[in-house]
Design a protein around this ligand. Structure first.
Ligand code: ZN
Length: 172
């Protein structure tokens, strides 16, 4: 297990559509272990494989935020089967969009079908923070970032700020 570098917007890879996983094997499990390490290290509550540069439809989530009682969740090829009409707003952030936050509205509950860490098919009904987090991470699989839901002006301000961070990082 190791901590990987998280890609930061603007980065073309983050805009790529991730590919379905044929089979959950050792390679995928090693990837999920690395993703979890990277997410805990950041720290964050969710991470998609593309955020460490791997275009596979895999996400990891742990919304427990508890050092002593970690509750990792693994989703391979997640599909939303149902979503609630009712919406909920959360102030969202993203490990690929550092230090930027915005209120985003999403369905407050959804039902997801996916393969787990062992490649077993599962169905999960999620609501509240977990539902929001799953939808945020699933957007990454389509190359979508939460800032894409903001107005053009707001989005361009954030991207400008992030570009500056990148330049500074390259100087050092
Ligand atoms: Zn994100």
């Amino acid at each position: 297990m190791s901590v990987k570098t998280i890609l930061i917007e603007p980065n073309k890879l983050l805009r790529q559509v991730s590919k379905s996983v044929d089979k959950v094997g050792d390679e995928e499990r090693a990837l999920m272990d690395d993703m979890l390490d990277t997410m805990y290290d950041a720290p964050g509550i969710g991470l998609a494989a593309i955020q460490i540069g791997v275009p596979k439809r895999i996400i990891v989530i742990d919304i427990s935020r508890d050092e002593n009682e970690k509750k990792p969740m693994y989703f391979v090829n997640p599909l939303i089967k149902n979503k609630n009409e009712e919406k909920i707003k959360y102030e969202e952030g993203c490990l690929s969009v550092p230090d930027q936050f915005a209120e985003i509205e999403r369905p407050n509950a959804c039902e997801i079908e996916y393969l787990d860490y062992n490649g077993k098919k599962q169905i999960l009904k999620a609501d509240g923070l977990l539902a929001t987090c799953i939808q945020h991470e699933m957007d990454h699989l389509e190359g979508i970032l939460f800032i894409d839901y903001l107005s053009k002006l707001k989005k361009s301000i954030i991207i400008k700020k992030l570009s500056k961070i990148k330049v500074n990082r390259e100087i050092f």
